[in-house]
Design a protein around this ligand. Sequence first.
Ligand SMILES: Nc1ncnc2c1ncn2[C@@H]1O[C@H](COP(=O)(O)OP(=O)(O)OP(=O)(O)O)[C@@H](O)[C@H]1O
Length: 239
Amino acid sequence: MLTMKRVVAGYGGGRVLHGVDLECARQTITCIVGPNGAGKSTVLRVISGLLTPTEGEITVDGGPIAGRSAEEILRRGITQVPQSHALFPAMSVQENVLMGGYLIRRDRKLLRERLDLVRARVPLVAERANDSAGNLSGGQRRMVEIARCLMLDPGMILLDEPSLGLDPRSLAGVADLINELNRDGVTVLLVEQNVRLGLGLATHGVVMEGGRVRLTGTAAEIKNHPEIASLYLGKEPTT
Ligand SMILES: Nc1ncnc2c1ncn2[C@@H]1O[C@H](COP(=O)(O)OP(=O)(O)OP(=O)(O)O)[C@@H](O)[C@H]1O
C-alpha cells in the first residue's frame, strides 16, 4: 500500500534521511525502532507531507505522494496523529474530535455520520463528549487524539510515540484501540521508543540507524534478532 524508495530528506539543507526504503502492506502494523536521531519521526513527516523529500519516491496504492501538500495527503486517507498535548484543553472532547473533520466540514451529513462512527469506535468520545479535554487523563487524551484523526476515515494512520508518558493501564487501552482499528482495516505505521510495546503490537518491524533502514522483517523476526534483543530489549532472543 505504502512504498518509499531511496527517500532523502532533511532540515535546512542538512540531510537526515539518506535513502530510505520502506514498505507497509495493507492492514499491517509496522513499528519503526532505532536510536535517538535515527530519523524515525522524519520518516513519518515525509509521508504525511509535513516535510518534502529532496529525492526518492513515495507512493500510496501506486500513486505518487512525495512533494504533495499535507492536505492532499490527508485527502488520500493518510493521517498523522500528532504528538502529545495536541488537544485544545478548553474545548470539549466532542469539539476537539470535530476539528479532525475540518476537511469535510461543509458536508454536515457526512460529518454527523463520521462523528457517530468515531463515537462507536472510541466510546470515551461519547461518554465524555461535553467535558473539557483539559480534564482528561493522559491516556484519555491520547485516545481522543487518535479518535480525532478517525473523522477522515483514514486508510492509514501514522503514530509518533503513542506510549509517551502513559501509565501501563492507559498503554493497554491505546494498544487495544490501535489493534481494533487495524482489525477494521486501517494500516498503521508507528514509531516507538518503547520497543517491547511497539514490536509486541506490530506485525512488522523496521530498524533505523543513521537515517537508513538497517533491518526489516516480521515483528517476531526483529524481536528475536540477536542484536535487537540485546540492544533494545535487554535479553537473549527467545527462540
Ligand atoms: N525541525 C527540525 N529542524 C532541524 N533538525 C531537526 C528537526 N527535527 C529533527 N531534526 C534532526 O533530525 C535528526 C533526526 O530526527 P528525528 O526526530 O527524525 O529522529 P528520531 O529517530 O525520531 O529520534 P527521536 O526519538 O530522538 O525523536 C536529529 O538529528 C534531529 O536533531
